[in-house]
Design a protein around this ligand. Structure first.
Ligand code: NAP
Length: 318
């Protein structure tokens, strides 16, 4: 299996990215450099994570001290909910690029469909909750298209969109979204949304691919699943033994084998390393089906602070 896939715009994307949300500030630089050492060529960040500046510094230093060139690395960042008015999108990406010290990003995603009141400045870290603001997602999408047309983003897409919201922007889009980054793991495999995206040639990208086993952020995550640690699940442990891999590698391989790319987060060097070593084995069809049976339809990230927003995405089936 190749370590890349091709998006609907012809651009290639590495199948494994380092997820960087919640890596502590003092560790982020080291983690990015370790990941690059281990062969990662895709880093996932966002204005919202407050780490673009440090990631940019780590990348720059790494490139200065190695043969790695800008075009060898794939960088994803995201449009914050505070810049979703059409005219705010290009300046928001410009600000991310300034922090990242880059001339372009490979992938620029709308972080979520829930617009917040537009900020006309750029604080160091975006506020988690602000006033809800109704914005027509087609307007935001026009702003996203402008970032491709001005050469600052190679590919554009969305995150946390449901099928109806995707359909809505696709109907009038001049550039179709290439990616939808959503929660995907063995407990919540997003089969229907995946089928929908496949039918539109939109690539699904899995956040929380390990089920975010240790995260307990109040209000953000589903309490039922907080006590359900996929990495310790007996079926996953059994397959880890059978394939002589770790439980994390089984969970990630399962998703990648479904044709979905993954962004595991780790701040632990040993795990950063194992999370990219998933291309030298494959799970049998029968074992893939056994993992399918773990689906309990329970979403881990409820994003409940956006519940009540007219564009809150998780009240529909998919
Ligand atoms: P995750 O990657 O499923 O889980 C991360 C957790 O698993 C960390 O606590 C990590 O611990 C642990 N871990 C990592 N590798 C492991 C392994 N091989 N075995 C056992 N445990 C392992 O969940 P996530 O961090 O929530 O999501 C990943 C990334 O997706 C984020 O960093 C972010 O970039 C992105 N994301 C995007 C959105 C969005 O709205 N678009 C939402 C959520 C997340 P250590 O760090 O201690 O190793």
């Amino acid at each position: 299996m190749a370590n890349y896939m091709t998006l609907n715009d012809g651009n290639r994307i590495p199948l494994v990215a380092l997820g960087t949300s919640r890596i502590p500030a003092e560790k982020i630089e080291g983690c990015v450099k370790i990941a690059l050492d281990m062969g990662y060529r895709h880093i996932d960040t966002a204005f919202h994570y407050g780490n673009e500046r440090t990631i940019g510094k780590a990348l720059r230093e790494y490139m200065e001290n190695s043969n790695l060139k800008r075009e060898d690395v794939y960088i994803t960042t995201k449009l914050d909910s505070c810049y979703m008015e059409e005219n705010a999108v290009v300046p928001a990406l410009d600000e991310s690029l300034r922090r990242l010290d880059l001339e372009y990003v490979d992938l620029f995603l709308i972080h979520g469909p829930y617009a917040l009141q537009t900020l006309h400045h750029f604080p160091e870290k975006s506020p988690l909750v602000s006033e809800f603001m109704p914005v027509d997602l087609r307007e935001t999408w026009k702003g996203m298209e402008a970032t491709v047309l001005n050469g600052k983003a190679r590919s554009i897409g969305v995150s946390n969109f449901n099928s109806k919201q995707l359909e809505y922007i696709c109907e009038t889009a001049r550039i179709q979204p290439a990616v939808n980054q959503v929660e995907v793991h063995a407990r919540f495999p997003q089969k229907k949304l995946h089928d929908f995206c496949k039918s539109r040639n939109i690539q699904l990208e899995a956040y929380c691919p390990l089920g975010s086993p240790f995260f307990k952020g109040s209000g953000l995550v589903n309490a039922i699943q907080s006590s359900d640690n996929l990495v310790e699940h007996p079926i996953i442990a059994k397959f880890a033994e059978k394939y002589r891999r770790t439980p994390g590698q089984i969970l990630l391989r399962n998703i990648v084998q479904r044709g979905i790319f993954v962004i595991p987060k780790s701040e632990t060097p040993r795990r950063i390393k194992e999370n990219i070593q998933i291309f030298s084995f494959s799970l049998s069809e029968e074992d893939m089906k056994k993992i399918d049976e773990l689906d309990n339809g329970v979403r881990r990230f409820k994003l409940s602070h956006y519940d009540g927003h007219p564009n809150y995405p998780f009240h529909t089936d998919f």
